[in-house]
Design a protein around this ligand. Structure first.
Ligand SMILES: [Zn+2]
Length: 660
């Protein structure tokens, strides 16, 4: 099969800004893209999956300067962390683009010149609200205050109106062409509900777009006029062209453009559905088939964001469960166009009920029976033993539906279909009771038939589930004695009857271990947020133990006196490797030094702490946190964003002084 004869499928995520903290929301977009890429690859398409990082702009420049780094050095560090996360989530991207790559920078300059020659980019004067302290223009959508001025969303200072020379993109010329395109291609914006929003925004009239700044230095210079820097969106969006070889690998570019689907959070849909196609029309490119604005994962009903301090760290889940349960939960729980509310209880419910019970037990039981009744290889039931057709027919029907649902980005519905089939297989085993047949020698052909049917159903189902849970389903194929990995078998070639009699099955190991809610939440509160709010969660599952009710206990004076509260002086503070929220402190207690670990890294930098006096509980039972024995605990208030605020003494106190 030659690479160019197959239909292509090109899927992208947005490039993530290196100044952001990656959370479940970023993981979500990337997981959806990965599932689609793997599914389309199985179905025989020539797939290209692009993700990457956006590394230019003032915020990066500033954040780097604060750390004494060059912007590129800061970006390099962050990119390392992004790549680690994608590895931990089993993301199979084909290329990771960074906007600081020379191929990208050259490509963007070429595209800029092309539009300039055409007259779609022209020099003018940009007038806008400007933050003197941050030296940058505010985004246009920052609202006016009652007093008639704007306030900087970054530093909170009042801003002034400034004008500067800049280059504009003639967006106004593309209002009608965009509306025409929307009318002819109703699936251009998905979900369909968002098409109306986008079209009505365009109908209200499009103003030309300023696409360069002289106040931003860290970015791609305008060709021939280097005091101007190309502004973030014009730079970033073109990664979708340069990432598949625009300006550097023409053959690859022609193979994969136009994109099949650009995926992104709904908050940046407008940039992708209006500005991006306008840039492309101006450049004479074909437009992507679909831009898909997926919903947000909310935490306690608010959007996760760094400034709110409510971001969910994917590693907290990965440490307990590995990638597959998280991948499964995120696409199973809600349709990708809608918002979902992330709760640890709902997550555990899915893992315990869908994965451990329905799927995990089916695999475990079936393989264990094949092992104990047939020494790992099912015998031929023989020609006399009638065939059961129900599971085979059910499989074919399910597979056909799932194929259409995967292709329509309806991942949650695809999983519903698959689980409906899994429950049919479970019912088949429950009704046939093979464990009873095993006691009757004359029932052996029937026993072989029943276990064969179940094993064939498991083999086929795990192939179909492979895009969602690649590492677990690869293990299942290993257990079943398949010589190949699921991704090596084309979708069309994997039938129910592809399972072979006599295939040697291995002893299975549990794929989805059960985790108790209390253990999981306990860990969540140590390493994730020091103040996990006791907000009511929408769905406390029946299977999982409910979190213990918090009651206010009365403490007697004698009990209080047992607590040894003391003043400690911080001698040393340093980050805990691999933990973003923890600091390791060395403190002086007057008569001795102690080591302690505290979840304060979001509020304090190590260098701010040395020499400060604070209160610790000196006789708390030591606990090992991230491999470090914490020999005391500090007292801190918890801000509404979940940050720890330490009460420091406002005058000198001797370390070791008792606090009562
Ligand atoms: Zn500011």
């Amino acid at each position: 099969m030659s690479g160019t004869s197959r239909p292509s499928f090109y899927v992208t995520t947005p490039i993530y800004y290196v100044n952001d903290v990656l959370h479940i929301g970023h993981a979500y977009t990337t997981i959806i893209a990965d599932i689609l890429a793997r599914a389309e690859k199985l179905m025989g398409k020539n797939v290209f999956f692009l993700t990457g990082t956006d590394e230019h702009g003032q915020k990066i420049e500033k954040a780097a300067a604060e750390r004494g780094l060059k912007p590129k050095e800061l970006a390099d560090r962050v990119v390392g962390r992004v790549l680690d996360l994608w590895k931990a989530l089993d993301i199979s991207y084909d290329f990771f683009i960074r906007t600081t790559m020379p191929e990208h920078e050259r490509g963007v300059q070429q595209l800029f010149s092309r539009l300039q020659e055409k007259g779609d980019i022209y020099k003018g004067e940009y007038k806008g609200w400007y933050c003197v302290s941050d030296e940058n223009f505010l985004p246009e959508d920052v609202p006016l205050e009652k007093e008639g001025h704007k306030v900087c969303p970054d530093c909170g200072k009042n801003c002034i109106v400034v004008s500067e020379e800049c280059y504009f993109f003639r967006l106004s010329a593309y209002q009608q062409p965009l509306l025409d395109h929307f009318a002819k291609n109703p699936a251009f914006v998905r979900p369909a509900s968002r098409m109306n929003e986008v079209a009505s925004f365009v109908r209200q009239g499009l103003k030309d777009l300023s696409i360069t700044r002289t106040t931003v230095k860290w970015g791609i210079p305008v060709p021939g006029d280097p005091k101007h820097t190309i502004y973030v969106w014009f730079d970033a969006l073109h990664n979708y062209l340069t990432g598949i070889g625009y300006g550097s690998d023409d053959q690859k570019f022609r193979t994969f453009w136009p994109a099949t689907v650009h995926l992104m959070g709904k908050d940046i849909l407008r940039f992708h559905a209006v500005f991006w196609p306008a840039f492309l029309l101006a450049g004479g490119f074909e437009l992507p088939q679909t831009v898909f604005g997926h919903g947000w994962w909310l935490k306690d009903d608010t959007k996760m964001s760094k400034s709110k301090g409510n971001v969910l760290d994917p590693y907290q889940i990965l440490r307990w469960f590995g990638p597959d349960p998280l991948r499964y939960f995120l696409v199973r729980e809600v349709p990708i166009g809608l918002d979902g509310n992330f709760s640890h209880e709902a997550f555990l419910h899915r893992v315990n009920s869908d994965l451990a019970n329905d799927l995990g037990n089916l695999i475990q039981r079936t393989l264990t029976m094949i092992g104990s009744y047939f020494q790992g290889a099912i015998a031929d039931p023989g020609p006399e033993e009638p065939k059961d057709e129900a599971l085979r027919l059910g499989f074919g029907a399910m597979k056909e539906k799932v194929e259409g649902l995967y292709a329509d980005y309806a991942l949650n519905k695809a999983l519903e279909e698959i689980w409906a089939y899994i429950s049919v297989v479970n019912k088949y085993l429950a009704e046939n009771e093979p464990w009873k047949m095993a006691k009757r020698p004359e029932a052996r052909p029937r026993l072989a038939r029943v276990l064969f049917q179940a094993a064939a159903a498991i083999r086929g189902t795990s192939h179909i589930l492979y895009p969602v849970m690649p590492s677990s389903m690869t293990k299942v194929w290993g257990f079943l004695g398949e010589a190949r990995r699921p991704e090596e078998v084309p979708w069309a070639d994997s039938q129910f009857e592809s399972y072979r009699i006599g295939q040697k099955a291995a002893e299975p190991v549990p794929l989805f271990p059960r985790v108790a809610l209390e253990d999981f939440l306990g860990e969540a509160s140590v390493s994730d947020s020091p103040s996990r709010p006791a907000a009511p969660q929408p769905s406390i599952p029946k299977q999982a133990p409910a979190a213990k009710e918090k009651t206010m206990d009365i403490v007697t004076y004698e009990e209080f006196q047992k607590m040894d509260l003391r003043v400690a002086r911080i001698l040393k503070a340093e980050p805990v490797p691999g933990a973003t929220k923890l600091l390791k402190l060395q403190v002086d207690l007057g008569t001795e030094q102690r080591t302690m670990v505290a979840g304060i890294a979001e509020t304090y930098k190590p260098e701010d702490l040395v020499g400060k006096h604070l209160i610790v509980i000196a006789n708390l039972k030591p606990a090992t946190i991230r491999g470090v024995e914490s020999q005391a605990m500090l007292l801190a208030a918890v801000s509404p964003e979940g940050r720890a605020i330490i009460p420091f003494f406002d005058r000198d106190v001797a370390p070791g002084a008792k606090v009562k």
